[in-house]
Design a protein. Structure first.
Length: 207
């Protein structure tokens, strides 16, 4: 089964381990082929969600399209409406599922302290990371800043050496090191994503 993720930026590829895990939880047993819609190589990268969707369907054909948009300061419902409106204008849209974390995707990686420590290169560290409890994750105003701070603290490096930490790379490592995202089911935005994915998988008889 081939799926494509279309997102706002390259750091959002960190969602792909979550998407693969979610498909397995939705009883997909076929081998998975995951691809991220990368437009950086194009001479004129598409602007706007609709244009990016058109290019994604053309350049990265798939069985299932995941469309990611962070809610940021807006309403998740507004993002969902935006995605649905753009998809409705495609003449050859594949099956699709919206992926809309509250605020930013980094919120979904604040729940695994062990993965953060390992990805930061200091798995045995004992410094307090001050991560929010699960119930508060979707209320964090700037999850990207919270995760970056946790990564720097977890690294155990002094301030001078912390400047060399590539937070984007560490984010991808956190995603790769997490093997179970089931605790996120308690988050409304994630639960809504899983419910929609299960509906689409059943509707299209994916296996």
């Amino acid at each position: 089964m081939k799926y494509t993720l279309i997102s706002d930026g390259s750091s959002d590829r960190a969602l792909m381990p979550i998407l693969s895990w979610a498909l397995r939880q939705s009883r997909i047993r076929s081998p998975l082929s995951a691809q991220w819609a990368d437009f950086r190589h194009l001479r004129c990268p598409p602007r706007g969600l609709l244009n990016r969707l058109v290019e994604a369907v053309h350049l990265y054909p798939c069985d299932l399209l995941f469309v990611h948009r962070d809610a940021e300061a807006g309403s998740p419902d507004d993002r969902l409406d935006e995605i649905e409106s753009a998809i409705s204008q495609l003449s050859d849209a594949p099956a699709w599922v919206p992926v809309v974390p509250v605020r930013m995707l980094e919120a979904w990686f604040l729940r695994d302290e062990n993965a953060i420590r390992k990805a930061a290169g200091n798995p045995g560290g004992a410094m307090a990371l001050d991560l929010p409890v699960l119930a508060q994750i979707e209320r964090v105003p700037d999850p990207k800043a919270v995760l970056r701070r946790a990564i720097l603290v977890a690294s155990g490096l002094n301030r001078r050496r912390q400047k060399n930490v590539r937070a984007g790379y560490v984010l991808h490592r956190i995603a790769e090191l997490c093997d179970d995202f089931s605790t996120l089911n308690d988050l409304p935005a994630f639960a809504r994503f899983m419910t929609e994915l299960s509906r689409v998988v059943a509707e299209h008889n994916f296996r």
